[in-house]
Structures are given as C-alpha cells and as structure tokens.
Design a protein around this ligand. Structure first.
Ligand code: DX5
Ligand code: ZN
Length: 226
C-alpha cells in the first residue's frame, strides 16, 4: 500500500485558492475539495463552478467530497467538471450502485463515505463498486474539529474487509488528522489521509505534508512512500 496525502482546501484562504493549491502541489497526492450544501451538513462551501475553475488551475488531481443531499443528481457533474475522484455519502445517496457506476462511467474514481456513527459492514457488498472508502473521523461539516478515536476500530474492520476482498480499494480518513493522530490511523490500516488545518494552518504547508507522510509511514511499516 502507498500512503497518500490529500490537503483539504477547506482550511485554505478561499481568496487565494490557486496559490494555496500551488503551495502543496509538489508534495501532496491530491487536493481534497469539500462540497457542502447547508442541508446534508449545516455549512455551505463551494460547488461546481469553483471545482471547474480549480481543475483548470491546480496541478494536483481533485478529490471531491460531496457532503450534499441528493448526490445521485449531482455527482456526475463533479466528475465531468474534472474531479479525478468523487465521493458520495452513504447517508445521503438513494441509489448507490447506480450513482457509483455513473461516477466511474464519467471517468472518475468512485468513493463512498460513512459518518462516524454509520457502520461499514452494511456496505460490504458494494465494495466492488468503489475505488475508495472514506471513514469520517469527525462529524462532517466543519474543519478544525477534534479527531474521534471511536472510529479507530471501524478503520481496522474496514481494512480487514478490504483485505479479505483482495482488491485495491483505498481507505481514506478525514477529520482531525494531524501529526498527533495520523499515526493511529495508519496503524489501523488507513492509507489516504485528508488534512485541512494541519496543512493550511501550518506556517509551511509543504513541510506539514512531508511531516504527515513520514509519520504515517513510520507508524505502519506496510505502507510505503509515494
Ligand atoms: C469536514 C471535511 C474535512 C475537513 C477536515 O467535514 O470533510 O475534509 O476539511 O479538516 P481538518 O483536517 O481541519 O479536520
Ligand atoms: Zn472532506
């Protein structure tokens, strides 16, 4: 497994998005884009026009995390707007198989996210339809929240499910991931790490990405550097 770091632009300066993206372009693997609609979560962020603009100006591939109602209707649009990966929430989607297949058909990787209180086992049969499973390690909606250790056993169970299936599904964690917590996530089996405040809240975002990557690698000898 290769570890990947996805800085979340939610913690970046929205008035200088292209510059903020450029600051991590040579060291990160993805740019994580949090799309919130003020309904599925109580916060409102950005939508398709910003993703379209970013996909033209950012060199990193975009990892769009849709925290919106009715992802069945909107997910394909994000894939067509240039997102290399589109993740929908299990709690919001009505027709997961159809929507995940539509994301893949539009040329993107398909992700399925679950909130801290949502079990992963009911989605075991859908693993063939996904390229990435996202386990939220905070309640979605805001950056800068404390990491929820209660999700760690679920990370282990999800990693087991993926290993038993024998596929190459990525296991992403998002929320409160920092120098203090990334080791626990890596040790439990996560391999894609979203970090907002820990990267864009740092004096040197690129150095923060490198530091997080080193900590993840040293916490799980089975993970390698990109
Ligand atoms: C929260 C978002 C996260 C957020 C993480 O709902 O999905 O991607 O940006 O921010 P930090 O790393 O600050 O917890
Ligand atoms: Zn996110």
């Amino acid at each position: 497994m290769t570890i990947q770091i996805a800085p979340s632009i939610l913690a970046a300066d929205f008035a200088r998005l292209a510059d903020e993206a450029a600051a991590v372009a040579s060291v990160a693997d993805w740019l994580h884009v949090d799309v919130m609609d003020g309904h599925f979560v109580p916060n409102l962020t950005i939508g398709l026009p910003v993703v379209e603009a970013l996909s033209k100006h950012a060199s990193l591939p975009l990892d769009c995390h849709l925290m919106i109602e009715d992802p069945d209707r909107w997910a394909t649009g994000y894939a067509e707007a240039g997102a290399r990966s589109v993740t929908i929430h299990a709690e919001a989607v009505q027709s997961p198989v159809r929507t995940l297949r539509m994301i893949r058909a539009a040329g993107s990787r398909a992700g399925l996210a679950v909130n801290p209180g949502t079990a992963v086992e009911p989605y075991a049969d859908l693993l063939g339809e996904v390229d990435m499973l996202l386990l939220m390690t905070v309640e979605p909606g805001f950056g800068g929240q404390p990491f929820l250790d209660l999700v760690l056993p679920k990370i282990r169970r999800a990693a087991d499910l993926i290993t038993r299936r024998g596929g190459s599904i990525w296991l992403q964690v998002d929320g409160g991931v920092s120098a203090e917590t990334i080791g626990r996530c890596a040790e439990a089996g996560a391999d894609v790490f979203v970090a907002g405040s820990a990267v864009f809240g740092a004096d040197d975002p690129a150095e923060a990405v490198n530091g997080l990557r080193s900590l993840a690698v040293s916490s799980n000898p089975g993970l390698s550097r990109h």
